[in-house]
Write a protein that binds this ligand. Structure first.
Ligand code: KG4
Ligand code: ZN
Length: 361
């Protein structure tokens, strides 16, 4: 098979990204992956403001694309196809990317491939570790939370997902409640290292219900109550109390994700799987990673956690997913539309969760 050079573009949330990925014989080389975050732009609003995000994407896409081409030493005329996130996500941002990609495709004559952002995450272990189909994937980030059995570039079975907040959102909200900085996950993890994970008996939501669906909003409420009780008692939180709250909160999240992962593995015929993979910012959490790795091992499954820069939002994953689709003959015309919601598994009922970072599927 001949080499393919893909330009990937991503703008579905609060990162504007472009990447050049070269694919030969099913192997990939990420020649460049440029990500420009918007954290500063949204900081004072306590969440992503869709209009500000869309405008910033529109203003930044050409810069990140130029940087990705330069870093890779590739000319626009060398690009074999342009892969762009066409959903799901914040519609203004997705539209900015799709319009930009259409402009480039028209100008260069390169074919256009619309990619599902979640498919980008879900196919990343193939780009980074060459994982074969079928494998089980847990997406855990600030915007996503679902279990997928990944059977092909367009073939996914969703085994469960969050019915309210994503775990990253829960970490971020917990950090806000405890006066820690954003994004909350790393700060909660650091504080938890000095805390007692069994001091507070936080709930393990939905463990009493069959299946792999998850819920995190009740956990956040329980944390708030525990904090309020301590504050009412002596007018504030000591450092040890805060650390204990963080450790107990994190332990609850890890317990829930481990047990739901155990069920997801069991439900997906483990002997047929090539591995258990995780992606998303929350996969950076040490205790969570350790717990899931142990679970995979006890099921004789390789555990794959791609490097963090490809776990969080980036355009290399979009380029790779685009390459897989391109090989299958997928080409999109100028009527490619931007989709705020785009579930990977259309046989399942829609997910309810839609948090601060937009629709989750
Ligand atoms: O995948 P990601 O970078 O982006 C979006 O979903 O947009 O995930 C970001 C999320 C944030 O909510 C952040 O708090 C969480 O990942 N996160 C963590 C850790 N590092 C990042 N959560 C728990 N522990 C961590 N070490
Ligand atoms: Zn994402």
């Amino acid at each position: 098979m001949s080499d393919l050079i893909l330009l990937g573009l991503e703008s579905s949330c609060d990162d504007t990204a472009a990447a050049i990925v070269r694919v030969s014989d099913g192997r990939s080389e990420v020649c460049s992956s440029v990500v420009k975050g918007q954290t500063q732009l949204h900081a004072e609003f306590g969440g992503v403001v869709p209009e500000i995000a869309a405008r910033a994407h529109a203003e930044t896409l050409d810069d990140v694309t130029r940087a990705a081409l330069t870093e890779a030493g590739v000319a626009l005329s060398d690009v074999d196809a342009i892969a762009v996130t066409a959903g799901p996500g914040l519609i203004g941002g997705v539209l900015s990317g799709v319009m930009f990609a259409k402009g480039l495709a028209t100008a260069t004559g390169a074919p256009l491939v619309g990619v599902n952002h979640l498919a980008g995450h879900a196919l990343t272990p193939r780009m980074t570790d060459g994982l074969d189909y079928p494998y089980l994937m847990l997406l855990v980030s600030g915007g996503h939370c679902q279990y997928l059995r990944v059977e092909g570039p367009e073939s996914f079975t969703r085994l469960g997902g969050t019915i309210d907040d994503a775990p990253g959102e829960a970490f971020d909200k917990a950090a806000r409640l405890l006066g820690l900085s954003q994004p909350g996950g790393p700060f909660i993890e650091a504080a938890a290292r000095c805390g007692d994970p069994v001091r507070f008996k936080f709930p393990r939501p939905l463990l009493d219900r069959e299946g792999c669906d998850l819920s995190f909003s009740g956990l956040k409420t329980a944390l708030m109550r525990a904090r309020d009780a301590l504050v009412a008692k002596h007018g504030g939180l000591s450092e040890q109390e805060r650390n204990d709250l963080c450790a107990s909160f994190q332990a609850a999240v890890v317990d829930v994700l481990r047990e739901k992962s155990r069920r997801a593995i069991e439900a997906s015929d483990p002997r047929s799987l090539t591995g258990f993979a995780v992606a998303g910012g929350v996969a950076a959490n040490g205790p969570l990673r350790e717990s899931l790795e142990g679970l995979a091992k006890s099921n004789d499954l390789p555990f794959v956690a791609p490097p963090l820069k490809y776990c969080t939002d980036n355009a290399a994953m979009i380029a790779w997913a685009g390459a897989e689709l391109f090989r299958l003959g997928v080409r999109h015309a100028m009527d490619l539309s931007a989709r705020p919601r785009w579930p990977l598994d259309t046989r399942q009922p829609g997910m309810l969760g839609s948090g601060k970072k937009g629709a989750k599927a």
